[in-house]
Write a protein that binds this ligand. Structure first.
Ligand SMILES: [Zn+2]
Length: 378
């Protein structure tokens, strides 16, 4: 890729885009190996690419404590969730090799510290619950008992699940700059996009230069729609219903934490690193079950001064098709009652799809519904 001036874009979090890729060390075979979980692998790859700038490695104790207590790194910079590596025991050497779940070595970590952490406290502060039925809390409770911190250097990047959609922050930034975009809105999603979310993204796009549809393709709960099917849905939707010169679809390699409000902040900061100046926050962003209030993920942004995050959140209500308005709308813009609104529950939609029936066009674009119906038949 030729170098494109990206200085008109929002600066990365902390000012500089971190690059923690590096050469394979000669003494790799002599190093003790730590095997990462799938969530830790996602974090490692995002450390390598600068998606987690300004982090250069897994968090040390002072950053960790400060993030858990105060949603800030020790230097005061906003940061909402721990990025930590859990280990069984302290390693003996000054450096360790980091391997993926398959055992393949990908990175080296310069050991900075090994420390104990308090699982229920992290759960209560970060997930707002200590209930082990919460998927993020369950994962936390099942982790190894110590955190290992230190700078990483990644010599082999994880195989992207969707090579055609794999773009590092430096690449999305170059793409935005190449298209002449300055103001870019990011849209986080882990579901197929139906009319409601199409409407939100287009409302946002009316006000900025470009839209980054940034589906999360890391690990999710097993009942979320598989990433492969979702990506097919985004492709047909964008091809038929969006202006291609104003939209970029790219994969966001993070794993879901289901931390609701804090994850909304974390998602926004990551998208800032990818070059987004704006970020869509809907109702119950990154929530699960009924652990979070409808607007918690929007209200948490008020805990920071606007200049601290820099990236501008755009808050949205749930959208629907209103027969009386004759268009998509939200409770903010439509005065009519529920009887005029096209509403289908997630359960109802799954029933229709499983029966091979397409949901109404006011709910879902037929091309998207067809992808979902055929995915159900597989
Ligand atoms: Zn209406």
């Amino acid at each position: 890729m030729t170098a494109v001036a990206t200085e008109k874009l929002i600066a990365p979090h902390g000012g500089e885009l971190v690059d923690r890729t590096g050469a394979r060390p000669d003494d790799l075979e002599a190093l003790e190996t730590v095997t990462l979980t799938s969530r830790e692998m996602s974090d490692l790859d995002m450390l390598a690419s600068g998606a987690l700038s300004p982090l250069e490695g897994f968090m040390g104790r002072t950053d960790y404590e400060s993030v858990v207590d105060d949603m800030r790194l020790a230097n005061g910079l906003p940061w909402a969730l721990p990025v930590c590596l859990a280990v069984e025991a302290a390693p003996s050497g000054e450096r360790v090799a980091l391997a993926g779940p398959s055992g393949r070595k990908m990175a080296v970590l310069e050991v900075d510290d090994v420390y104990q952490y308090d699982r229920p406290r992290e759960a209560e502060r970060c997930f707002r619950t200590t209930d082990a039925a919460h998927p993020g809390v369950a994962r936390l409770y099942a982790q190894n008992p110590l955190y290992l911190s230190g700078r990483v250097s990644v010599f082999e990047r994880a195989e992207p699940s969707f090579p055609a959609l794999a773009r590092d922050p430096a690449e999305t930034r170059a793409e935005f700059a190449g298209r002449g975009w300055k103001r870019v809105v990011g849209f986080q999603t882990r579901n197929p996009i139906h009319r409601a979310h199409e409407y939100l993204t287009k409302c946002a796009l009316e006000m900025v230069d470009g839209l980054l549809i940034h589906p999360l393709v890391g690990e999710t709960k097993s009942d979320d729609v598989p990433a492969e099917t979702r990506v097919e849905c985004y492709d047909v939707l964008v091809e038929k219903y969006y202006p291609s010169d104003r939209v970029l679809v790219s994969a966001f390699p993070a794993a879901m934490r289901y931390a609701g409000p804090r994850e909304a902040i974390w998602h926004a900061i990551c998208r800032k690193n990818y070059g987004c100046s704006h970020f869509i926050v809907g109702r119950d962003h990154a929530g699960v079950g009924d652990y979070y209030g409808t607007y918690d993920a929007q209200q948490i942004f008020d805990e920071f001064e606007p200049h601290e995050l820099d990236i501008e959140p755009m808050f949205f209500e749930h959208a629907f098709y209103c027969r009386a308005c004759g268009q998509m709308a939200t409770p903010k813009t439509c005065p009519h009652g529920g009887e005029d609104h096209m509403f289908l529950s997630g359960t109802k939609v799954r029933e229709l799809l499983a029966a091979g029936q397409l949901p109404p066009i006011e709910f879902s674009r037929p091309e998207v519904a067809e992808v979902l119906v055929s995915a159900y038949r597989r």
